[in-house]
Design a protein around this ligand. Structure first.
Ligand SMILES: Nc1ncnc2c1ncn2[C@@H]1O[C@H](COP(=O)(O)OP(=O)(O)OP(=O)(O)O)[C@@H](O)[C@H]1O
Ligand SMILES: [Mg+2]
Length: 234
């Protein structure tokens, strides 16, 4: 479904990811894990159109998407929840969700995915009129994911959904990611919390200083001795 081939992306000449290749197959949850500064966010930005790769290709459902503007990538069926979530703080939960379905304006079933969003995150339904800035960190993450689902993506990309969130809500969010996949969507998730991410993912990649260090099925990576020592603290 998604194929990233030998992508190199740099900021003002400073290379952040170097010749990174990853594959995502329809129906999978794929985790990209790695430490601070490994290049995880840069990889997602390079797919989402937020950064233009210096070289390499990104192909989605058989068409090249590298170099496309972000809104065109969204229109192709990729939703991206960035690290900082980018909610509209002064707008209500309801209006933030509505803005997610902007692509479907004028259509009678514009709000179709709302049922799924409320099933996944009942807290959002209870807080529809509340301003986004008054939600807790975890609730804001739920809203960001909910808004992304309103675009009806085939591929959902999440950048560290657990960041700055209390443990109980982290579990809720990871559980929701699994349920999202069970509805037929494909998920690419970037995380520093490798253990939790490996638990829900089918396959994983570990990035280290801008390069893919290890790739494989989650079950194999979990028992890899080097990974256990370096990343899982075991
Ligand atoms: N806008 C930018 N301008 C210059 N350098 C950047 C920019 N964004 C990221 N970098 C650099 O690129 C490298 C990779 O950063 P990136 O944000 O992709 O890492 P990350 O794996 O997402 O880290 P974290 O877990 O802290 O979010 C880092 O060295 C970082 O300093
Ligand atoms: Mg990051």
């Amino acid at each position: 479904m998604l194929s990233v081939r030998e992508v190199t992306t740099a900021y003002q000449g400073l290379v952040a990811i170097s010749s990174v290749s990853i594959e995502v197959t329809k129906g999978e949850i794929v985790c990209v894990a790695g430490a601070n500064g490994a290049g995880k966010s840069t990889l997602l930005k390079s797919i989402a159109g937020a950064e233009r790769p210096r070289s390499g290709t990104v192909t989605f459902d058989g068409s090249r998407i590298d170099g496309l503007a972000p809104h065109l990538v969204t229109a192709r069926g990729i939703a991206y929840v960035p690290e900082n979530r980018r909610l509209f703080p002064r707008l209500s939960v309801r209006d933030n969700l509505r803005l997610g379905s902007y692509l479907y304006r004028g259509q009678t079933d514009r709000e179709g995915p709302l049922d799924l969003v409320f099933k996944l995150f009942p807290r959002l339904q209870e807080r529809l009129e509340q301003r986004a800035e008054t939600l807790s960190g975890g609730e804001q993450q739920m809203l960001a994911i909910g808004r992304a689902l309103m675009t009806r993506p085939r591929l959902l990309m999440l950048d560290e959904p657990s960041q700055g969130i209390m443990p109980k809500l982290v579990d809720e969010i990871f559980a929701a990611v699994k349920r999202i996949r069970d509805t037929g969507m494909t998920v690419l998730i970037v995380e520093q919390r490798m253990a939790e991410c490996l638990e829900i993912a089918d396959r994983a990649y570990i990035l280290q200083t801008g390069r893919v260090l290890i790739a494989g099925p989650s079950a194999e990576i979990r028992v890899n001795q080097d990974v256990r020592k370096a990343y899982l603290g075991l």
